[in-house]
Write a protein that binds this ligand. Sequence first.
Ligand code: TXA
Ligand code: MG
Length: 308
Amino acid sequence: MSIDQKYIEAIKAGDIVAFPTETVYGLGADAWNPDAIQKVFTIKGRPSDNPLIVHVSHPKQVYEFAKTVPDKALKLIEAFWPGPFTIIFKKKPEVLDAVTAGLDTVAIRMPDHPLTVDFISQTGPLVAPSANKSGKPSPTKAGHVIEDFGNSVLVIDGGATNIGLESTVFDLTDIQPAILRPGSISRKQVEDVLHEKVAESFFHHLKTPRSPGQKYSHYKPKAEVQWLSGTPDPLNKEVLYLLLTPEISGPNVINYNGKLDHLAKELYDRFRQADHDGFSYIAIEPFDGLNDHPVVPALLNRIEKALS
Ligand code: TXA
Ligand code: MG
């Protein structure tokens, strides 16, 4: 499938186009067009001090934005791009303040989605926050984007996204390299590439988080999100159960049979579903026994932010 030219023309005309990635849908605008970028902040309702990720179609485009590209970054690009891994670089002076919210760094990633890589190779680099209105969960389907924005943006429909949680954000501009946002690429995978320890800097209690996005409150569904305690009651119509233990089933039970990546892929969709269907509670089965899975820190981070 090739990209309809209308999407490319829209970007070139300074409009916004939502596109799929392997993580969540992004709200794309030309990374060199300040008016287009301003539109993204306006329609999303995003605070102006929260910087955007630049999405590229080829690693060489990093040199358009980054003042220096350290050897460590090259190793990480080699290992994880295209993929759900965002790297923070020192920025070139010409990178727009609207992109970086005035910081001296810029976040860049190459998404792993053939349609989108083709798209960006024809438009040039695009900034793209997750394509949800601020205060809603990130969209994992084209329908979610339309739910939030109606017909006010064009959406390239690439079906449901594979991973379902936003990319890992990794900062190596500081003396201490750190993961600023956990994603499906884990700390251990990063350490295995760099052969050194990396820090994690995404706890809520940090007074001055290194990633501005961390200080904004996250989406909470209208239903109360809770960790399941005790035995589920599949007949309780008030509760949507998200379970991992294979045996239990019922009308309000979604059973992931121990597959955490499947839970991650569907989590935001289930949050939206619970709101539509008027559930009072979402009970998620704890996954203490599955802690070796690389997606655990990202999944815990998103669930903990949604807990009531
Ligand atoms: O998977 C993803 O990363 C998705 C898809 C669309 O690519 N995008 C996404 O964008 O999640 P957004 O804007 O919702 O989240 C970007 C995060 C925010 O927490 C922001 O603060 C952080 O990245 N960020 C961006 N630039 C930064 C910088 N220069 N320094 C530190 N954090 C930065
Ligand atoms: Mg977001």
